[in-house]
Design a binder for this molecule. Structure first.
Ligand code: NAG
Ligand code: NAG
Length: 359
């Protein structure tokens, strides 16, 4: 099953009802198809991001002294998780931070490095790409995405909420002060030899996340011990060589390899992203989110409500009506009308648009 990407370039099932609603000129909230609930296989991945004494030089080469301090993430896996084969090429990432920026280094092993797109804000994943997602406050709304290819061409966009909740990409948004660089270990667009891969360096200034703070005054960027939801993805295409050029094999969908598996072919499930914890002191252990189970439970309610709504044209008013399995149903308090709902499991509340809020 390969959900198409929408014309704006994002991975998601096309919503036929919503398309119809656009034709007749209205888009009621319930016109969106209920999203498939991701398989919750494990806690999202975690990473301790250490403070850099000296920032790495953004030149695409990962030889800076600063990077020696930073551990690699786990190797990327298939977006659907362990039930899919391991990616055929390795991808991994390092992160650092300081008062100015988040620094990302990616190592993308690839025997055939190619890239064609050279126009900023084009749909970069039509080439093999590397993608970064950031949701600073972790509420699953208002998050940023950056894609770049081996030619160092970028696409930055902002999502007010996930596509599955009716969100639309804001392409005009630019990451202020963003620095990116790519180094190719081998030759770009030359199928006559075998390459090692390409490496990426990104400096994403905290000031470039100002829009995501929703106008909140005060300091930008994390404090020691704070965590942001972050994810990384790599798109890979099957190619053949035609007249000396790499050409995509027709009719083959792309591979999506990710740091933290989503359990579904959709990167826009911020609740499944990894958690990056910013630390000043080296050797600090990662502290998992103590509310992870509460948040998972509330997302279970959210996906069940979307399916219920599809069937009954309204949201369920109680957990019993929803037929939730597992933990006691009494644990979740639901307030619902036909078109909206909120479900609370202290201290968190989830709304019909999947936004999480702490009481
Ligand atoms: C990559 O692109 C950025 C922004 O356009 C540019 O400043 C940088 O020099 C480029 N460098 C490399 C090595 O890719
Ligand atoms: C990253 O996103 C992918 C695709 O949505 C998902 O499968 C994976 O779990 C996410 N990983 C992390 C650490 O967030």
């Amino acid at each position: 099953m390969t959900p198409a990407r929408l014309p704006n370039g994002e991975k998601m099932r096309p919503p036929p009802l919503a398309a119809l609603a656009v034709i007749v000129g209205v888009l009621p909230a319930f016109a969106l198809q209920p999203p498939a609930a991701p398989e919750v296989v494990a806690a999202p991945r975690g990473y301790v991001c250490l403070r850099a004494a000296t920032p790495p030089k953004v030149d695409g080469r990962l030889d800076d002294e600063a990077w020696k301090l930073a551990p690699w993430t786990e190797d990327f896996v298939d977006i659907e998780g362990a039930k899919k084969p391991k990616p055929r090429h390795r991808t991994r990432v390092k992160m650092l931070w300081d008062a100015e920026a988040l620094y990302v280094a990616a190592e993308i092993t690839e025997p055939h490095v190619w890239a064609t797109i050279d126009r900023h804000d084009a749909v970069i994943f039509q080439d093999p790409d590397f993608e970064v997602f950031v949701d600073p406050d972790g509420d699953g709304h208002l998050y940023a995405e950056l894609e770049l290819n081996a030619r160092n061409t970028t696409w930055d966009l902002l999502l007010t909420k996930p596509y599955k909740d009716g969100g639309k990409a804001v392409n005009a948004w630019e990451i202020a002060g963003l620095k990116t660089a790519v180094a190719v270990q081998g030759t770009l667009n030359d199928p006559r030899d075998t390459d090692t891969g390409w490496t990426v360096e990104v400096a994403w200034p905290w000031a470039g996340l100002r829009e995501l703070a929703d106008g909140a005054p005060g300091q930008l960027g994390p404090r020691d011990g704070e965590s942001y939801r972050v994810n990384f993805s790599r798109v890979e295409w099957d190619t053949e060589v035609v007249a000396g050029n790499y050409v995509k094999v027709k009719g083959r969908p792309e591979h999506n390899w990710v740091w933290s598996p989503q359990g579904v072919i959709d990167m826009h499930r911020p609740e499944r992203w990894g958690r990056v914890q910013f630390r000043t002191a080296p050797g600090t252990a990662y502290t998992p989110d103590i509310d992870q189970r509460v948040k998972d439970r509330l997302h279970e309610v959210y996906y069940a409500q979307r399916a219920y709504r599809e069937k009954h044209s309204r949201y369920a008013r109680t957990a019993a009506e929803l037929g939730l399995q597992g933990a006691p149903q009494a644990d979740v308090a639901i307030e619902a009308t036909r078109n909206t709902f909120e479900a609370t499991l202290k201290p968190w509340t989830i709304a019909h648009d999947s936004r999480l809020r702490r009481e």
